[in-house]
Design a protein around this ligand. Structure first.
Ligand SMILES: Cc1ncc(C[n+]2csc(CCOP(=O)(O)OP(=O)(O)O)c2C)c(N)n1
Ligand SMILES: [Mg+2]
Length: 372
């Protein structure tokens, strides 16, 4: 099994998973793994040099960018909220490689990495963190509200679970317009405890909307572990009560994320409706910059770091002789320079004009229910 265990998890669900997937003829990650292993023995890897280089570069950019953001927060250059994605990067990189131009993305407030993976550009993301006018949301959103319409990235949402109904709205629009695009809707493990999830699952299945729900199960909602918030710990099973195809994915591996998203996207594009993936992942840092993360052990964090997505792509590049140590060091230097340049760009950018506060605000002058 590629699946990994959270503390206190029993084994019964593994059998339930296998039975359920066999019954529904859905490719489990076990099967994907064995298919991959077969190819691995003849060709070494299922993926090309270019794919690994793209993944590594993308994850490296997210990592170095957020390490810098963390430092700048400490120096009060970045203020307000700041939730880092460090450790979870494969969830974004593997989805972007598996999906196509035109597909849309929506997520919660841990949202710096998704636009970077989509190519939004570190300058505008960093400027947004600084609250500058050149930011991706004109400096009015900050850390939790990145938004890039051009790349179909629809935020950046601070209300836990708030983006789930919005995600199916985006999917509804695609179905209504008869495109073959889908929406991948990311949410945290904590967000699965919100009522909105059930309404969204129900409607999405009922209308067979083109949506992939991607639960990023990093084990905790702020300081509350998955085990402490519900008796349901296998979060992918939440889809089963709506007959939604659902599977867990070891999301420390970008290959696994890519394979699972590709499989889900195929199902969705065939018009069969939603698909639920539970990305089992981990954040190395606290919930936000103000969280010392005392609710978990150092050993737990270290165990996940041993399966670090960045180290995994690096190892794959070296093992397959797709790159040398020197080339990877050079790439790291280049990325660090790109990040430094983004800081310079943000520092030198102007603050938004105070007038901006009144722009991009929805106002309906003849709204009937406000009495002066
Ligand atoms: C409706 C609502 N309730 C509570 C909060 C406070 N809050 C912010 S983040 C968070 C935890 C959410 O955890 P999870 O969904 O697992 O996402 P993660 O932070 O792990 O990415 C909570 C409770 C909120 N923002 N919105
Ligand atoms: Mg969480």
């Amino acid at each position: 099994m590629i699946l990994f265990n959270f503390a206190g998890q029993n084994k019964a669900w593994t059998h339930r998973l296998i039975n359920w997937h066999c019954k529904n003829k859905i490719l489990t990650i076990d099967k994907m793994a064995s298919a991959k292993e077969k190819k691995t023995s003849s060709k070494k890897t299922q993926f090309s040099k270019e794919t690994y280089l793209n993944w590594h570069k993308s994850i490296l950019l997210m990592r170095r960018f957020e390490e810098k953001a963390g430092q700048l927060y400490g120096r009060q250059k970045i203020r307000g909220f700041c939730h880092l994605y460090i450790g979870q990067e494969a969830c974004a990189a593997g989805a972007v490689s598996a999906l196509k131009e035109g597909d849309s993305y929506i997520t919660a407030y841990r949202d710096h990495a998704h636009p970077l993976a989509l190519g939004s550009g570190p300058n505008v993301v960093m400027a947004e963190l600084f609250g500058k006018a050149t930011g991706i949301s004109k400096g009015k959103g900050g850390s939790m509200h990145m938004f890039d319409k051009e790349r179909h990235f629809y935020g950046g949402h601070g209300i836990v679970g708030g983006q789930i109904p919005l995600g199916i709205g985006l999917a509804f629009a695609e179905k209504y317009k008869k495109t073959d695009n889908l929406c991948i809707t990311y949410l945290g493990d904590g967000a699965t405890r919100q009522g909105a999830l059930h309404e969204a699952f129900n409607l999405a299945m009922h209308y067979k909307l083109p949506v992939i729900f991607a639960i990023e199960n990093n084990g905790y909602a702020m300081g509350t572990s998955v085990q402490r918030s519900s008796n349901v710990h296998e979060l992918y099973t939440l889809g089963e009560s709506y007959d939604m195809p659902s599977q867990p994915v070891d999301a420390m591996s970008v290959e696994n994320v890519h394979n699972a998203v590709a499989e889900a996207a195929k199902h969705v594009r065939e018009g069969k409706g939603p698909y639920l993936l539970e990305f089992r992942t981990y954040r190395y840092k606290g919930h936000s910059m103000s969280d010392p993360a005392k609710y978990r052990t150092k050993e737990e964090v270290e165990a996940y770091k041993k399966r670090d997505p960045l180290e995994q792509t690096k190892d794959a590049l070296l093992k397959n002789k797709f790159a040398t140590e020197e080339e990877l060091e050079e790439m790291d230097k280049e990325i660090k320079k790109v990040v430094e340049d983004s800081v310079k760009f943000a520092e030198e950018s102007p603050w938004p004009d105070p007038e901006e506060a009144f722009k991009d605000v929805y106002v309906q002058d003849d709204y009937p229910f406000i009495m002066e």
